[in-house]
Ligand binder design. Structure first.
Ligand SMILES: [Zn+2]
Length: 298
């Protein structure tokens, strides 16, 4: 294999980088389609209320925009919590200040979510510093967990969505940890769903990502709201378009296509065992009920 690659490298000359680039794109697509059609199980959107924790202003729409829209169309309660202020996306830009970018992203988030059916009173901004969750002191961490737990206790959601625990972004991975701690603190029993933003960007599945790391993957069809999700993604202009003539777009080329597909993928390794547990409980309950009817019948 190495020999073949070396020959190709010599043969292609300065087109080698292009070949490499295309190869990477192909691997990425293969990885994603494998996950979509082979590595995941189909799941229907349910009637459960949901809260989405989003590290930055766009992750919620990329990762869960379809499910949010489908649930809102059915009148199901949905809340969204932004963990950071999003102010790190144009760090060091000569003309746009940090507070300007925070405000731009906040407005984009409000528009995107309005389009998905979520009103401002159901959107919360925790305003932690973007890109710095891993540098929080223990006290700041506890404070954040406290704020998240309070939101959970007040809302009492049945489902919680947060970025994948191995999402290849510090803010995303720490958001997962914080949300987990907040759920424990709130004492709620919820279904915890992880959504992937950066996890599938690298060709990890064929290198250092193990198959079991992608366990408990489910795909939800979002055909019905696909165009609504597309519109919402397009409200995040500061992220997918150059913010001015001198700056290139932030999101890398080839990153967005998977979020335009008619499916969303979520991970919940405990879902099946929990569902089985619930099924058993219901069966026991109906048994008890039928026994009590029988007693009354006698
Ligand atoms: Zn993010």
């Amino acid at each position: 294999m190495k020999k073949i690659l070396n020959r190709l490298k010599v043969g292609l000359g300065n087109k080698w980088w292009l070949f490499n680039y295309k190869l990477r794109e192909l691997k990425l697509q293969a990885q994603f389609y494998w996950l979509l059609y082979r590595g995941s199980q189909p799941l229907d959107v349910n009637q459960k209320s949901m809260i989405v924790f989003s590290p930055h202003q766009d992750d919620e729409t990329f990762g869960c925009g379809g499910v949010i829209a489908l649930k809102r169309e059915r009148g199901i309660q949905v809340k969204v919590v932004f963990v950071t202020d999003g102010g790190g996306s144009h760090h060091g830009h000569p003309r746009i200040t940090r507070s300007e970018i925070v405000e731009i992203r906040r407005q984009e988030a409000l528009s995107s979510l309005k389009n998905l059916g979520v009103e401002p009173q159901d959107i919360h901004f925790l305003d932690k510093r973007d890109g710095a969750l891993h540098r929080m002191t223990e006290a700041e961490k506890q404070q954040t967990i406290e704020e998240m737990a309070e939101l959970l206790s007040n809302f009492q959601p049945q489902e919680v969505y947060v970025t994948h625990k191995q999402d290849r972004s510090k803010d995303h991975e720490i958001s997962y940890e914080l949300v987990n701690a907040a759920i424990a603190k709130s004492g709620l029993t919820v279904d915890l769903w992880q959504y992937a933003i950066w996890l599938l960007w690298d060709c990890l599945l064929f290198s250092n990502l193990k198959f079991e790391d992608l366990a408990g993957a489910y795909r939800v069809s979002i055909h019905k709201v696909q165009s609504k999700k597309k519109q919402s993604i397009e409200t995040y202009r500061s992220q997918y378009l150059p913010i001015d003539a001198q700056t290139s777009a932030l999101l890398p080329h080839g990153f967005l296509w998977r979020f335009f597909l008619p499916y969303e993928v979520f991970f919940n390794p405990e879902y099946l065992s929990k569902e089985e547990g619930r099924g058993k409980k219901e069966a026991v309950q109906s048994n008890v009920d039928s026994n009590s009817t029988a007693i009354f019948d006698n």
